[in-house]
Design a protein around this ligand. Structure first.
Ligand SMILES: [Zn+2]
Length: 344
């Protein structure tokens, strides 16, 4: 997180905020110099970024960690003298928090596996230990035949992952053509029975936990989740593709594999709201102050990491920009409002 990012935000804000023109050029220059001095000599960007990533860590929308981070940001806005600081509620759904995760191979040898529970996965019924059942090549009828064998079982639901996500989304700097927004297409895991039907069957047979491969390589696991996952769904863990593929190879070779899996998770259902953090520097121009320059970044992250670049860096840039503007007592003509969104 360079201070350059905060300055880029500030340059945009000053322009859009309509800093004074013409005869007031000197006043404008004074403000700009004060901004540069504050940002370069007294930057709080490193400590803001450290607090978001190292102290709060993952900030899944609806989780206690997200709410704590939101309250912390609100308190900072207050302390910096921003106006109308508030948590703006919106209905999101229930919260979820991972409390424990064990993903281990204990035979034919001991090996901790790289994996992560999907967000909003129900917890497992305690520690599950046993031989995994591979159903990646099973038809729906094959799965139905397994019947009681599936109860409480550890299930390898998909085939080995052979296609990987290897390119980042297109960047504006890649060319002058239109840039597609959103994520690049993710190679999904493959299975003989369509995923939805398979999960329905696993649920009907009360499987213990479903394991599937991720689409990244080299031990990176891309895991998200669905906040509408029902409590009685089968708990779900995504493994690093290399580890998942190894398990499938072992099972297919007839090697007796034993796994030990535990997902500890808690749902938060009392407050179905999540919260955006808002604050502003009111516009000084009586005509223009009803016009709002909105500067935002999403405070929430996924549960599997600290969200350093998704989006703690963006949050740091806009928080630092607001802090600098407040500390140099900038008087923009239009209102500048900061919004740290939840639920990206
Ligand atoms: Zn994001």
């Amino acid at each position: 997180m360079g201070i350059g990012a905060a300055f880029a935000v500030l340059a945009g804000l000053l322009h859009a905020g309509g800093a004074a023109q013409g005869p007031n050029n000197r006043a404008q220059e004074t403000v700009i110099n004060a901004i540069k001095a504050e940002g370069l000599r007294s930057s709080e960007a490193p400590v803001l970024f450290h607090t978001l990533t190292d102290v709060f860590g993952a900030r899944l929308t609806g989780s206690p960690a997200h709410l704590e981070a939101a309250r912390w940001a609100l308190e900072r806005f207050r302390r910096w003298g921003l106006q109308n600081p508030q948590l703006e509620p919106f209905e999101f759904g229930r919260g979820w928090e991972l409390e424990k995760l064990t993903v281990e191979m204990i035979a034919p040898r001991y090996m901790p596996l790289i994996g992560y529970a999907e967000a909003w996965s129900p917890p497992t019924a305690g520690v599950l230990t046993g031989a995994p059942i591979y159903i990646g090549d099973s038809t729906a009828i094959d799965i139905a035949r397994l019947d009681e064998r599936l109860r409480g079982a550890i299930v390898l639901t998909h085939r080995q992952q052979t296609e990987f996500l290897r390119t980042d989304r297109m960047q504006p700097s890649d060319g002058n053509g239109p840039v597609q927004t959103g994520n690049p297409p993710l190679p999904g895991p493959s299975s003989a029975t369509p995923a939805l039907e398979m999960l329905t069957r696993l649920k009907a047979h009360a499987a213990g936990v479903a394991l599937r491969p991720g689409a990244m390589e080299h031990g990176t696991v891309r895991v998200q989740g669905n906040r509408d996952t029902a409590r009685n769904e089968v708990p779900s863990v995504v493994l690093a593709a290399e580890h998942y593929n190894m398990l499938v190879r072992l099972v297919q070779a007839g090697v007796p594999v034993q796994l030990r899996i535990e997902v500890g998770a808690r749902f938060y259902e009392n407050d179905r709201n999540s919260y955006n953090v808002l604050a502003e520097i009111p516009g000084a121009d009586p005509v223009l102050r009803d016009e709002v320059v909105l500067v935002g970044a999403h405070l929430d992250s996924w549960h599997t990491a600290t969200g350093a670049t998704d989006n703690a860096d963006g949050v740091t840039a806009v928080m630092e920009a607001m802090r600098i503007l407040a500390s140099v007592n900038a008087r923009p003509r239009r209102t500048i409002r900061v919004a740290l969104w939840a639920g990206e």
